[in-house]
Design a protein. Structure first.
Length: 250
């Protein structure tokens, strides 16, 4: 049973491994194929190493027989690979799109492993990945995302450098101000919804004031409102100065 579904399962590899894989594909004049080691950690299947073996491939075909696969596995073990981690078959489609041909599906079935990751790529840098499982029942998950892993040490170095050299400054941003009406009929407390600043207790008695006031689109009314309260409320002075500084209160 084959499924192309959204899943948490993904295939990952380091930048070095991905670069090697693409280099194999780009350098070969025709199709090319090989094996690889995969480590599973929960839903993440990480390709850790690639293997290339002697092979004969045409510009449109790469076929592995049962004997080829057996020889591949023997050579990989002789090269120091852990046979239990040899769970990747990769190949190229040269300049064609990435898909699973009938030959590809037949090759995958010949591995007879509990689970196998397969990747097909091309010279355009496009890839398609799938996971085939035989246990506890036969299942194929196609269209899996292929991502690059990051070097933990590199991430720590970058984080430390950013912390040392980059300072975050909260800059006020323009936003809408809400206005509440008191029991006495006065409007008060218009508060920014999109700003780091929260101007409270700016009192006014402007009965024409709307529930939502945009100081940018209605600058004249806003200035009139603030000017009327400048002598009575320090926050009003702050609001007026802030808008004059940033060009919205002129």
């Amino acid at each position: 049973m084959a499924l192309d579904v959204k899943t948490d399962i993904k295939v990952a590899m380091s930048p070095e491994v991905l670069t090697r894989l693409q280099a194999y594909i780009d350098t070969a004049k025709g199709e090319i194929s090989g094996l690889g080691e995969v480590e599973q950690d929960g839903s993440i299947f990480t390709v850790t190493k690639l293997y290339l073996f002697k092979q004969e491939c045409s510009s449109a075909d790469t076929t592995l027989s049962q004997e080829d696969i057996a020889n591949f596995l023997v050579e990989a073990v002789q090269a120091g690979a852990d046979p239990s981690n040899l769970r990747l078959w990769w190949h190229s489609h040269v300049n064609m799109s990435c898909f699973w041909s009938g030959t590809d599906r037949d090759t995958i079935e010949r591995f007879k492993l509990p689970w196998l990751v397969s990747i097909v790529g091309n010279k355009k840098g496009e890839y398609k990945a799938r996971l085939d499982m035989l246990e506890p029942f036969g299942l194929t998950l196609d269209g899996l995302p292929l991502s690059m892993t990051a070097d933990p040490q590199l991430l720590e170095e970058v984080a430390a450098e950013v912390k040392e050299k980059v300072t975050v400054v909260n800059i006020p941003v323009q936003g809408y101000y809400t206005v509440a009406k008191s029991a006495a009929g006065n409007y008060s407390k218009y508060r920014s919804k999109g700003s780091y600043y929260d101007w409270d207790d700016v009192l006014c008695e402007d009965e024409e004031l709307d529930l939502f006031l945009d100081p940018v689109k209605d600058t004249e009314r806003f200035n009139r409102l603030v000017q009327a309260e400048i002598d009575q409320d320090e926050d009003a002075v702050a609001v007026a100065e802030w808008y004059k500084k940033y060009g919205h209160g002129r």
